[in-house]
Design a protein around this ligand. Structure first.
Ligand SMILES: O=C[C@H](O)[C@H](O)COP(=O)(O)O
Ligand SMILES: C=C(OP(=O)(O)O)C(=O)O
Length: 395
């Protein structure tokens, strides 16, 4: 693992005190994991069905969880929203839905610029620095990794308790995920587990069941892909509009060398204007490679715009249109439009435009609380699931 992690790693904080980072890593290397290897294996088995076309994957939650907002109420709101979305998708498509939260660990954010509009170092998620606009808050603090671990473990305990009460269908097993971005944290949460995975001991990143590599850190020569290559977890890779079919095949060959359905999810986030043009040659070339990946649509990250009153936002109609394009592409090519990856919350926020409340730019300031990118609110999320269910039924 050390060799993989010695490669260039994009989007890492410049910790002021490397010795303190080593100390925190040493603590995290000994803590009880957030999830278990058995649960990770169970998710892989469920994802194998998605890859082979007999199930659907719904993944969603906050863009950036924050320590302050990791409350029982907010977790329950997100979990409930995802379960309701899953129920709509399941009844429309006739396929069982595997539900994976972007929660209990989604604390690190890749950013477009190293500084923000006021010239301060950018906020990189609560696991790295503080959101407050002061130079002091923005200094990367390795102790935040300990707080992220504690919050993730307590969020996971809330998730388990919610499911234990019988409030949700017990067959709708709930798994967790986040972007494997902050390598100091992810490596420290990895544990070599004996006797699994072809009988060989293999590292599991037990900070979550499913980890993905983001659009900004998927460089083939970089540390993130090399790290993911070593893990037994199911892995996702975000692929944006600059991805070539050859690059997609290279990811598949490296990250799924034994062609194990459920191991790799390619998460396309092309934007509604590009999906119908860019995705088909990628899908064709990957299909021709003989590997069975999960094709998942992230209709959020390619459709971000700035509103005229200065808010980062996304329009419900563009989000929906990217999903429609994604489903159309797969229907034409005979592949399975296997999943949806969305930024959603159970709260009644005003961050994305359109949808059932017909939100417009002047509505955005009312309840714009995201720590990074805009999320669909509960009503928008449920409407989206209903409409996507219709595409899946009629396609
Ligand atoms: O969630 C995705 C990225 O972290 C986010 O879009 C980056 O946002 P920025 O362009 O404001 O840095
Ligand atoms: C950063 C993210 O997306 P992307 O890597 O696709 O930009 C994300 O999903 O939080």
């Amino acid at each position: 693992m050390d060799r993989a992690l010695a490669r260039p790693a994009a989007q890492q904080p410049e910790w002021p005190d490397p010795e303190a980072v080593r100390g925190v890593r040493a603590v995290l290397e000994r803590v009880a994991p957030v999830v278990s290897a058995e649960e990770v294996d169970r998710l892989r088995a469920r994802l194998a069905a998605v890859a082979s076309g007999t199930a659907f994957l719904l993944q969603g939650g906050d863009c950036a969880e924050t320590f302050a907002a990791t409350t029982e109420q907010s977790i329950a709101g997100t979990v409930d929203t995802l379960h309701r979305m899953a129920a709509s998708l399941e009844s429309a498509s006739g396929l069982p839905v595997v539900t994976v939260g972007r929660l209990a660990g989604q604390y690190a954010k890749p950013r477009s610029f190293p500084t923000d509009a006021s010239g301060l170092p950018t906020y990189r998620g609560d696991i790295v620095n503080g959101r407050e606009a002061t130079a002091e808050a923005r200094v990367p603090d390795p102790d935040r990794m300990l707080r992220a671990y504690v919050n993730s473990a307590s969020a996971m305990a809330v998730v388990r308790a919610l499911h234990a009460t019988g409030a949700f269908d017990p067959s709708g097993a709930f798994f967790t995920s986040h972007e494997a971005l902050l390598l100091d944290y992810e490596r420290a949460m990895s544990r070599v587990v004996e006797g699994r995975e072809r009988g060989e001991p293999k590292p599991y990143d037990l900070s979550a069941h499913f980890l993905w590599i983001g659009e900004r850190t998927r460089q083939p020569g970089g540390a993130h892909i090399a790290f993911a290559e070593l893990l037994a977890n199911p892995i996702g890779v975000k692929i944006g509009p600059t991805t070539t079919p050859e690059q997609a095949v290279a990811y598949v060959e490296r990250l799924d060398p034994y062609d194990e359905p459920g191991r790799l999810t390619l998460i396309s986030r092309m934007g509604s204007a590009e999906v119908r043009r860019v995705l088909p040659p990628i899908v064709e070339k990957v299909a021709a490679s003989g590997h069975t990946v999960i094709w998942q649509c992230d209709p959020m990250h390619g459709n971000t715009v700035r509103s005229r009153n200065g808010y980062k936002t996304r329009h419900f109609d563009r989000v929906l249109d990217e999903i429609r394009g994604f489903v159309e592409v797969h229907r034409v090519l005979g592949t399975h439009p296997g999943g949806l990856h969305v930024e959603v919350t159970g709260a009644d926020v005003t961050e994305c435009l359109g949808g059932p409340g017909h939100l417009t730019a002047p509505d955005l300031p009312h309840r714009y609380t995201t720590a990074c990118d805009p999320r669909l609110n509960r009503a928008q999320s449920l409407e989206l699931a209903l409409l996507v269910g219709e595409f899946l039924r009629s396609a």
